[in-house]
Design a binder for this molecule. Structure first.
Ligand SMILES: Nc1nc2c(ncn2[C@@H]2O[C@H](COP(=O)(O)OP(=O)(O)O)[C@@H](O)[C@H]2O)c(=O)[nH]1
Ligand SMILES: [Mg+2]
Length: 318
C-alpha cells in the first residue's frame, strides 16, 4: 500500500522565535508511522535574536534568510528545499509552538493513503483561550469566505500546520509576498489539488505578539487586500465582468432617463444625464475590456504554469 521509502520533510518558518523554537524541535516525534526518513529544517527569516544559533547548536539544519523576506518567500524556499532533497511529503509547522507536533502522524495520514494532496490542520478555534471572541469570529468568517471562493469546505484557512504531497509541492507557485496560507488553498483549487481538513490539537500559549499582524485591524486589511487580489488574478473575467455589468445597467438607466425627457419634453435640458451616462458607459466598456484582457492573461499564466511544472518535474526527478 505504501511506497518502500517514504521521506518526510518538516519545515519550520521562524522569525525571532528563540523562546519557542527548541520546544517545537524537541516535540517532533522521533518515529512516525510509515515514514522511513525525516528531514527537519528551520527557515530562519531575518531573525535578530538567537533563533538560528540555538537551532545550529542543536544540530538542526537552518536556512538563513537575510534580510527578512517574509513568510511566503520562506515557504516557497522550503518547498524547493524539500523537492531538492527528494521528500515525498512536506509538513509545515510554525516556530511559535502553537501546534502540537505529535499530530504530524495524523496530519499526513490522508496523504499517505492518497486521499488528498494537501492536509490542513484544523485548530479547535473555540477552545483557544488566547483568541478573543472577535479573533475567533474573524478566523471562522475568513475560512467560510475562502471555502465559498474555492467551493471546498475549509475549516481553518490560516492554519500554519499543513502537509503537502509531491504533486502539490511541484504545482504550487506562491507569489504574494506576505503569507502563503490562503493563496495556497486558492491555487490548489485551480490546479486540481485535493484538500482535506484534519482536526489537530494546539498547545497552550502565552499571549505572544504575532509576528505577522500588528492587530486584528491589520489582519482584516491585509487579508481583505489579499482576497481581492486573488479574485482579480484567478477570476479576472468575473471580477471585471461584474463591475462592467453593474456600470452598464446604471448607465442605461441614466440614458433612458435622458431619452424620456428628450422625447417627451421637446428635448430641452437634462444634458447632465447624457454626460453622466456617457462617462459610466465608457467605464463599463473599459471594465469589459479588462475582463477580456484578464482572461487572456490567465490563459497565458496557465500555459506558463504547465511549462514550469514540466521543468520542475525534470529538475526534481526522484
Ligand atoms: N520566514 C518567516 N517566518 C515568519 C515571518 N513572520 C512570522 N513568521 C513565522 O511564521 C509563523 C507564524 O507566525 P505567528 O507570529 O505565529 O503568526 P500568527 O499565528 O498568525 O499570530 C511563526 O513560526 C513565525 O515565526 C517572516 O517574516 N518570515
Ligand atoms: Mg502563531
Amino acid at each position: 500500500m505504501y511506497n518502500p521509502i517514504m521521506k518526510l520533510a518538516i519545515q519550520i518558518p521562524a522569525h525571532n522565535e528563540q523562546d519557542c523554537i527548541l520546544e517545537v524541535l524537541h516535540s517532533i516525534p522521533k518515529n512516525i508511522k510509515n515514514i522511513d526518513e525525516v528531514e527537519i529544517f528551520v527557515l530562519n527569516d531575518g531573525s535578530t535574536d538567537n533563533t538560528s544559533k540555538l537551532c545550529k547548536e542543536n544540530n538542526i539544519k537552518v536556512i538563513d534568510i537575510y534580510p527578512q523576506k517574509g513568510l511566503s518567500y520562506a515557504f516557497k524556499l522550503g518547498i524547493e528545499n524539500a523537492l531538492k532533497n527528494k521528500a515525498d511529503i512536506l509538513v509545515n509547522i510554525d516556530g511559535d509552538n502553537q501546534y502540537n507536533a505529535q499530530d504530524i502522524e495524523k496530519l499526513i495520514t490522508p496523504i499517505l493513503e492518497n486521499k488528498a494532496d494537501i492536509a490542513i490542520g484544523t485548530r479547535p478555534i473555540d477552545k483557544i483561550s488566547t483568541f478573543t471572541p472577535f479573533k475567533k469570529f474573524l478566523q471562522k468568517f475568513g475560512s467560510s469566505i475562502v471555502s465559498q471562493f474555492i467551493k471546498t469546505p475549509i475549516k481553518d484557512a490560516t492554519s500554519g500546520f499543513r502537509a503537502l504531497n509531491r504533486n502539490a509541492m511541484l504545482k504550487l507557485n506562491i507569489f504574494n509576498n506576505f503569507t502563503y496560507t490562503i493563496e495556497m488553498l486558492i491555487q490548489a483549487k485551480f490546479k486540481d489539488l485535493s484538500i482535506t481538513n484534519v482536526d489537530i490539537k494546539t498547545n497552550p500559549q502565552p499571549n505572544r505578539k504575532s509576528r505577522l499582524f500588528k492587530n486584528n485591524f491589520d489582519y482584516i486589511i491585509k487579508q481583505t487586500k489579499n482576497l481581492i487580489r486573488f479574485f482579480i488574478i484567478y477570476k479576472p473575467c468575473r471580477f471585471f465582468g461584474i463591475f462592467s455589468l453593474i456600470l452598464c445597467i446604471i448607465g442605461l438607466l441614466i440614458g433612458a432617463r435622458f431619452l424620456y425627457y428628450f422625447i417627451n419634453f421637446d428635448g430641452n435640458g437634462h444634458i447632465q444625464s447624457l454626460i453622466l451616462c456617457t462617462i459610466i458607459m465608457t467605464l463599463s466598456f473599459i471594465c469589459a475590456m479588462l475582463a477580456i484582457v484578464g482572461d487572456l492573461f490567465s490563459i497565458n499564466r496557465k500555459l506558463l504554469e504547465d511549462i514550469q511544472l514540466e521543468i520542475r518535474q525534470n529538475k526534481y526527478k526522484k
